[in-house]
Design a protein around this ligand. Structure first.
Ligand code: PXL
Length: 271
């Protein structure tokens, strides 16, 4: 089986982070692994306030050894890294193992979490990881942070941001989350390879339950690459995958609701 890893945080509520990634890898028929960088928790007695518990450096490095050296991988996705050593270890292992299929999801903040951003950490991700990525998958907010373009409110600004991020050394930039542009009537995302912009459209799915959608999209791109697809084909399939996932989205509780990564299946084991 083709092996793939996500270097990411665990979302204790199960809808985002490495849980979303592993579910997605499974749907793509891959052997999925996870190097856990941190554990994110949510407090039901404090209006779902997030807690972040980083995994210590030694424990993270031991996981990286197990996975990169002990097993080997065809593709890597990184999500929420949370610490400088997680950024550094990700850089180290991707470089040492000459990973070509690296999808960088520059996660900066969880939905519904207004925790202060960590600009120094975001700068480390930009400086150390963007140049290694075959595909970076910022959403509108992250694209704004990485490019310095305030208020990405139009497709033109998504393109400008993609160009600026591409200049930082990323082979392909996929600016996702176009469904959240003001007045959006379609889910339009932008793929840029340093020369050409591709505008990718999907029907807009009306749901408030989009927890983990960004994680799932970037995991699906990495999974497509692991299966040998081109970047373009992997992105097109990932958009189809996330549409079907969001079509099956649901409320987990009164605060949050995820998509359903197995939503694309016609057959289920249990009727
Ligand atoms: O959706 C972003 C995200 C990524 N990674 C982890 C998370 C979240 C949001 O909750 O918990 C671990």
């Amino acid at each position: 089986m083709v092996r793939i890893v996500t270097v990411a945080g665990s979302d204790a509520s199960g809808g985002a982070g490495l849980e979303a990634d592993l579910k997605t890898f499974e749907e793509y028929g891959l052997y999925g692994m996870a190097a856990v960088t941190l554990i994110a928790t949510m407090d039901p007695d404090k209006n779902w306030a997030h807690g972040v518990f980083p995994v210590d450096e030694k424990t993270l490095k031991a996981q990286m050894e197990t996975i990169f050296k002990g097993v080997g991988v065809t593709a890597v996705k990184s999500g929420m890294l949370g610490t400088f050593y997680a950024v550094e270890l990700t850089r180290e292992y991707i470089t040492a193992h000459q990973i070509k299929n690296y999808v960088l999801d520059p996660v900066m903040v969880c939905k519904g979490n207004d925790e202060a951003l960590n600009p120094e950490l975001n700068a480390a991700v930009a400086g150390k990881l963007l140049p290694l990525a075959l595909v970076a998958t910022p959403n509108l907010f992250e694209a704004g942070q990485l490019s310095g373009i305030k208020d990405i409110t139009t497709i033109e600004r998504m393109k400008e941001a993609a160009r600026i991020i591409s200049d930082k050394g990323t082979a392909h930039v996929f600016v996702k989350g176009g469904a959240k542009l003001p007045g959006a009537v379609k889910a339009v995302d932008i793929l840029y390879d340093g020369k050409t912009f591709e505008t990718l459209e999907a029907p807009l799915i009306k749901t408030n339950w989009t927890h983990g959608a960004g994680c799932t999209t970037s995991a699906a791109i990495a999974a497509g690459l692991a299966r040998g697809l081109s970047v373009y084909d992997a992105v097109v399939l990932a958009k189809k995958f996330i549409s079907l996932s969001l079509a099956g989205s649901f409320a987990l509780n009164r605060w949050v609701g995820p998509g359903n990564p197995s939503g694309w299946r016609k057959e289920t084991l249990f009727k």
